[in-house]
Write a protein that binds this ligand. Structure first.
Ligand code: FDA
Length: 391
């Protein structure tokens, strides 16, 4: 069967692209091997889909070339997506830092995009595994599946990244890029919990569940958010954010008291009979955290027993606690994949491969990775829309 456009992957970017191409009158086939549409939208944002961020700008994205996403983000902005959400009467709220969530359910976003695709006469086929992608002598892309072969002059790859393989992630998009000579950058799990070395894991295991407001740094990058201790290491928004920048072997530096001058605070307790672990309750530290953390520093003592030199060292460590993770929890727990189809190989205005006319890559398969907080969906909408207008 022949179409004008075949879109591989009925996730966030693929559905957006199919709808926008269909609205131009293109005959669009949208293929996915999964049984259900857009599983990642469904599970996103704790079931409420953090569908965009009001502050989405190119400098909230990681890439070999973060400037690449400027054009798509300008062609289809968070406001454009919000306008569609409002048109469908979907109630939403800003949780924090420009992050917009559905009041009710992420299913509303899936239904909205599904409706847009239906209105645009998109032919959608689920549970359709792709067996082979090729190009015929007449220049059409061919997609062989168990349901038959489909052909089109435009092929849009929207198969996402590698995270959460248990709900359908595959490397198909990267394989298609390789097949057509489109460059790739190295890939790694991102927005992912970090794991402790055995020694730290044992020392901090009793802290699982403790959450603190901190500032986390790697190199020059810093995020002020919560860190969460887990049975395996560290998680929470601050860690997920920094994980995207973290390279194996690198230390992360945590300011455990970002709003307080730790040395002055300790000095004020220099004559005190009170155990520091108890006094730290006034800083908002849970007692079990204070006890375990201070014990690890050899400083679970009374204020008056902390010598001046030790006090200075402890203050320094409170502001610059260095942790050397031994890895990440990998694609099983990562929200996204960092790296992918090189932006150098694509047009930022259309998302088409420079050297392969008719072949497009959109969404997470591209080397554009957003911060936590709705940025990744905005990239999916923007890149999908742009490709849909051009394919
Ligand atoms: P996406 O993964 O959405 O879609 C890819 C599609 O391709 C899937 O339907 C898949 O089945 C299909 N596919 C893959 N291989 C195939 C093959 N071989 N043959 C056929 N089809 C194939 N982002 C955000 O901005 N806000 C949020 O709240 C969250 N929350 C969140 C929670 C969790 C748990 C995860 C894992 C991720 C998020 N994200 C997020 C990230 C966000 O989900 C992600 O960036 C987008 O879904 C990417 O959209 P894509 O369309 O590129 O891929």
């Amino acid at each position: 069967m022949q179409f004008d456009v075949i879109v591989l992957g009925a996730g966030a970017a693929g559905m957006m692209c199919a709808a926008s191409a269909g609205q131009r009158g293109r005959r669009v086939l949208l293929l996915d091997h999964a049984a259900r549409l857009a599983e990642k939208i469904r599970i996103s944002g704790g079931g409420r889909c953090n569908f965009t961020n009001l502050q989405a700008r190119h400098d909230c994205y990681l890439s070999d070339n973060p400037n690449f996403c400027r054009s798509a983000l300008a062609q289809y902005t968070p406001r454009d997506f919000i306008a569609m959400v409002e048109r469908y009467g979907i109630a939403y709220h800003e949780k924090k830092l420009g992050q917009l969530f559905c009041d009710d359910s992420s299913q509303q976003i899936i239904d909205m995009l599904d409706n847009e695709c239906r209105a645009a006469n998109v032919d959608r086929r689920m549970e359709t595994a792709v067996q082979e992608v090729g190009r015929s002598a007449d220049g059409l892309f061919t997609v062989r599946t168990a349901q038959g072969e489909f052909r089109a002059p435009s092929l849009v790859v929207a198969t996402g990244g590698l995270s959460i393989p248990q709900i359908g992630a595959t490397p198909l998009g990267y394989q298609i890029a390789e097949q057509f000579g489109v460059a790739l950058t190295a890939r790694a799990p991102a927005l992912v919990p970090l794991t402790f070395h055995v020694e730290d894991a044992e020392r901090f295991a009793p802290l699982a569940g403790v959450s603190l407001d901190v500032e986390v740094r790697v190199g020059k990058v810093r995020f002020r958010e919560n860190v969460l201790f887990t049975h395996k290491g560290l998680s929470g928004p601050a860690i997920l954010q920094i994980s995207s920048y973290w390279q194996p072997g690198q230390e992360i530096v945590i300011d455990l008291l970002p709003d307080i001058d730790a040395e002055a605070w300790l000095e004020a307790r220099a004559g005190s009979e009170q155990l520091l672990a108890n006094a730290m309750g006034e800083l908002g530290w849970p007692k079990r955290f204070a006890e375990a953390w201070l014990a690890a520093q050899g400083a679970n003592v009374r204020g008056k027993d902390l010598a001046a030199k030790k006090r200075r060292q402890l203050a320094e460590t409170l502001h610059n606690w260095r942790v050397l993770p031994n890895g990440t929890q990998g694609y099983k727990k990562a929200e996204v994949t960092r790296g992918g189809v090189s932006t150098k190989a694509l047009s930022s205005k259309t998302m088409m491969a420079n050297e392969v006319p008719g072949l497009y890559f959109i969404g997470e398969v591209v080397d554009i990775t957003g911060w936590l907080g709705g940025y990744n969906f905005q990239w999916a909408w923007s890149s999908g829309f742009v490709a849909g207008k051009n394919c």
